[in-house]
Design a protein around this ligand. Structure first.
Ligand SMILES: C[S@@+](CC[C@H](N)C(=O)[O-])C[C@H]1O[C@@H](n2cnc3c(N)ncnc32)[C@H](O)[C@@H]1O
Length: 368
């Protein structure tokens, strides 16, 4: 475990030290974050550890919030948080994690919906590609549940979408790892989807915060200033998309999007992803983020290294160059001797991550 002290200031009043302490576990299954297996989720333990050192009366923005790991942890810390992501599926999950729910009526809703699903007439067939992953009886139960889910709150929708992913894995004999997702392993096993969904709902609902409201916008962060007031954000904390690294509509989401008849191609077209336009797109997003921050904001980006056409591009250098702010603190994270390091060994990768911290109170706004 490494520890690095980063000089920082409390947004409201005094100066303080922000310590970024690195955990050697990348996810915590006993939390709300396991509700949906989104690609590129940030470690909730890391996020909670950073957030715990920030003032709880600050307004936090995650402009690439994905499934809302950071905004959920900010809410748990008492902050007012805003998340923005241009992937509508991710936004449902982010809302599901952060909207307050009445547990009794949510469970009642689900029980009624399951009874309703069982007696549905005219159940549509599951779309062709998705249907290859499920036993036909499980596929039929999924389609029945989707049909009765129109009035679900975001938490129940998140549990439903997460349960579809669990069922896909279970029908395939639990053989999927993060590198073999989507491989069909016959014979497909029959899974009772209703009990899978009920179990998932009960498992995660205990972790919903009773904290301050969180706002999640499905929007393009390149135009974030159109929906968020100028100078209104105290802290920006995010893990941005990275060039060609991950397809946020792929992985398990590919199956869920097809079942929900959501247009994957058009969702993907609204995301910053392609290397050829990445620099330009990210610059626009950073300029938009600059507009909504103020002279004393703190901006924290978690970035990584990428190899593009044989050339290693270091995330911290790339972002230092294009950001409208200068002189970030850079904290380098390596995975050697950690659980993630073991993962690197298996996959023959060498991931490196850096955390950039721009403290605008220390005069790092280029324009200022
Ligand atoms: C690294 S992921 C963030 C994951 C998140 N921290 C979590 O734990 O789930 C980056 C996110 O950026 C989103 N994104 C990409 N381009 C975007 C854009 N133009 N506007 C808003 N969000 C975008 C992707 O949909 C993806 O969810």
């Amino acid at each position: 475990m490494q520890e690095t002290g980063v000089s920082n200031r409390k947004i409201r009043d005094s100066h303080t030290n922000l310590t970024l302490r690195f955990f050697d576990k990348v996810s915590n299954p006993k939390s709300i974050h396991g509700i949906y297996p989104y690609r590129g989720k940030i470690s909730a333990l890391d996020a909670a550890q950073v957030i715990s050192q920030l003032p709880s009366d600050a307004v936090l923005l995650d402009p690439f919030c994905g499934t809302g790991t950071i905004v959920y942890e900010a809410q748990a810390h008492g902050m007012r948080a805003i998340g923005v992501d241009n992937n509508p599926l991710a936004c449902v999950i982010a809302r599901g994690k952060t909207e307050s729910i009445d547990k009794v009526s949510t469970l009642d809703d689900l029980s009624y919906a399951i009874s309703d699903a069982q007696i549905q007439q005219d159940v549509p067939s599951m779309p062709t590609v998705a249907s290859k992953y499920f036993h036909p009886d499980t596929a039929n139960q999924i389609m029945r549940m989707v049909q009765v889910s129109t009035h679900f709150n975001s938490f129940l929708l998140s549990a439903l979408y997460g349960a579809i992913c669990v069922a896909a894995r279970a029908c395939n004999g639990w053989l999927w790892t993060s590198t073999s997702i989507g491989r069909i392993n016959p014979p497909l096993r029959k899974i009772d989807f209703y009990s899978t969904l009920l179990r998932k709902t009960k498992k995660h609902m205990g972790f919903v915060n009773k904290g301050s409201p969180v706002t999640i916008h499905t929007y393009d962060s390149r135009q974030i200033h159109e929906i968020i007031n100028e100078n209104s954000i105290d802290i920006v904390y995010t893990s941005p998309p990275y060039f060609d690294a991950l397809d946020y509509t792929g992985y398990y989401s590919k199956i869920v999007l097809e079942i929900l008849a959501m247009d994957r191609t058009s969702i993907r077209a609204g995301l910053i992803q392609k290397y050829s336009t990445y620099r330009k797109d990210m610059r626009i997003a950073l300029d938009a983020i600059d507009k909504v921050t103020h002279d004393k904001s703190l901006i924290i980006f978690v970035v990584g290294n990428r190899k593009v056409h044989g050339e290693l591009i270091k995330g911290s250098e790339f972002f230092s160059e294009i950001a409208p702010w200068s002189n970030p603190y850079v904290v380098e994270r390596e995975y050697t001797n950690t659980a993630s390091g073991l993962w690197d060994k298996i996959n023959k990768t060498q991931r490196k991550e850096q955390i950039l911290v721009w403290d605008l109170a220390r005069g790092s706004r280029r324009s200022g």
